[in-house]
Design a protein around this ligand. Structure first.
Ligand code: GLU
Length: 482
């Protein structure tokens, strides 16, 4: 088996969005496959017809695609493979390794209660084991005849050997009375049929592993290797959930994270390669091995994800980011027509000017939205501090000089401001900060003359004029110099 080509799978149940934990499992499978030149298979575990939805299937595919985790086979849907499970069930039945059980849920519940009250294990008591029921008439579930004694040792590639006592296992259900296979049955039939060599999944599935091994043995199938990846926890060390913030991969996209940042972050959440933090996708593929997957739960650290995202924002192609930002600007309240009315080159220049200070695309969009023709709310505290009557009077004096500038270029603006403050014998900061608040509504922005150049002459002058009392006229009405 060691020389068999490596085949791994990601097998989500389509009952919700793609969770960051699921995405990390998918990523580790993908990295493992790519590292070894193996095959990564996507299998949709949709036998739970009540909880599975097509919307969820779409959401999962969308999430994987956004992260760039391409699969080589699939999506294979369990719902379309019922004949396979049926054939395996018949085989087990024919060989006496499974049997029909006609106990009703009520009977089972009552016996479980009794057993607990008597201090016994609440597991199925094997009542139908040797009764030889044939299906017909009553609803019946198919149960496996499990080994009663001995133990199973799983050589988990992350956790090391894990021992399970067979006495703790019960004759669990393989096929429910409605004819649908259970997870523990379908997963084995599929993993075997797909020739999966390594099962890498969350360690919440450790307790299922000895049961699945019973099914492998009953069907005389070769076992894959198992590697169970520790869970992701929130800062309070409880299992990561919505309570801790966003857990859906696509929510991160909406908040303005880049897929390469999330991939890098999730890769390092439970795996390491020395103390390296930043990895290109190629580096991850090159270095990813199971030996370096840790065996303790990892804590989700939003700050670190932000740090990585800020890094990737700074190094990404500005044209690509500008393109992604179109959606984010609209989210930030800029009319779509106003966004689309700008030139791609201008949008890319905005990215370059603003990205140094942003942790997410959203912050980038929010901090630069004032560049568009939108109402710019002025922070009252900033106004009180920087738009004092004296500062506004100075802006009023400066305004004709700005109007006289033939173009709003960074050097021309800088020269104009510097000349003005020198003449007046005042500090640049006073007028610069007043201008910044007037144009952006805020006290913090990229360098003033750069943003003035991006904002453009018309919009820049209009915002300054609106501020200075009695200077509301058209520039043509007030003599333009130069
Ligand atoms: N459908 C299972 C889940 O979503 C798959 C578990 C496995 O990989 O075996 O957790």
């Amino acid at each position: 088996m060691a020389s068999a080509p490596i085949r791994v799978r990601f097998a989500p149940s389509p009952t919700g969005y793609l969770h960051v934990g699921g995405a990390r499992t998918a990523l580790y499978n993908w990295l493992f496959a790519r590292h070894h030149g193996g095959t990564f298979i996507l299998r949709i575990e949709d036998t739970d017809v009540e909880r599975s939805t097509e919307e969820s299937v779409r959401a999962i595919l969308e999430g994987l695609t956004w992260l760039g985790l391409d699969w080589d086979e699939g999506p294979i849907r369990q719902a379309e493979r019922m004949p396979l499970y049926r054939a395996a069930a018949e085989r087990l039945l024919g060989e006496g390794r499974a049997y029909w059980c006609v106990c009703t849920p009520e009977e089972l519940a009552a016996r479980r209660k009794e057993a607990l009250a008597a201090g016994h294990s609440p597991k199925y008591d094997g009542r139908c084991r040797d009764r030889g029921y044939a299906p017909g008439g009553r609803p019946a579930a198919l149960r496996i005849r499990t080994a009663a004694e001995g133990e199973t040792v799983v050589e988990d590639l992350v956790h090391g050997p894990v021992t399970f006592q067979h006495a703790d296992l019960d004759d669990f259900i393989l096929v429910r009375s409605d004819g649908l296979p259970t997870y523990n049955f379908a997963v084995v039939v599929d993993d075997a049929e797909m020739r999966i060599t390594y099962v890498l999944r969350g360690d919440d599935h450790i307790p299922n592993t000895p049961r699945q091994i019973q099914v492998y043995r009953a069907l005389a199938l070769p076992l894959p290797r198992f590697a169970h990846i520790p869970l992701i926890l929130g800062a309070d060390r409880a299992r990561l959930s919505k309570r801790h913030g966003a857990t859906s991969v696509m929510a991160y996209r909406e908040m303005g994270y880049l897929p390469e940042a999330l991939v890098n972050y999730l890769a390092r959440l439970g795996w390491s390669y020395g103390d390296q933090e930043i990895f290109s996708r190629e580096e991850l593929v090159r270095h990813f091995t199971l030996e370096k997957v840790g065996n303790t739960a990892a804590v989700f650290d939003q700050g670190k994800l932000d740090w990585l995202n800020a890094h990737y924002l700074r190094v990404a192609d500005p044209t690509r980011l500008a393109d992604l930002l179109r959606e984010q600007w609209v989210q930030a309240g800029v009319p779509a027509a106003a966004v689309e009315g700008t030139e791609p080159a201008w949008r890319a220049a905005v990215v370059v000017a603003f990205r140094e200070r942003a942790k997410t695309l959203w912050e980038l969009a929010d901090s630069s939205r004032f560049l568009f023709d939108v109402p710019v709310p002025v922070d009252p505290e900033a106004a009180a501090k920087h738009l004092t009557p004296e500062a506004v009077a100075l802006l009023g004096e400066l305004l004709p000089r700005l109007e006289a500038l033939p173009a709003f270029t960074t050097p021309a603006l800088e020269a104009c401001y510097r000349g003005f403050v020198e003449e007046k014998g005042i500090k640049l900061g006073v007028v610069a900060q007043a201008t910044r608040v007037a144009l952006t509504g805020r006290t913090v922005s990229p360098p003033l003359f750069e943003i003035m150049a991006l904002l453009g002459r018309e919009r820049g002058l209009a915002r300054l004029r609106a501020l200075v009392p009695g200077v509301r006229g058209e520039p043509s009405a007030r003599k333009r110099r130069g």
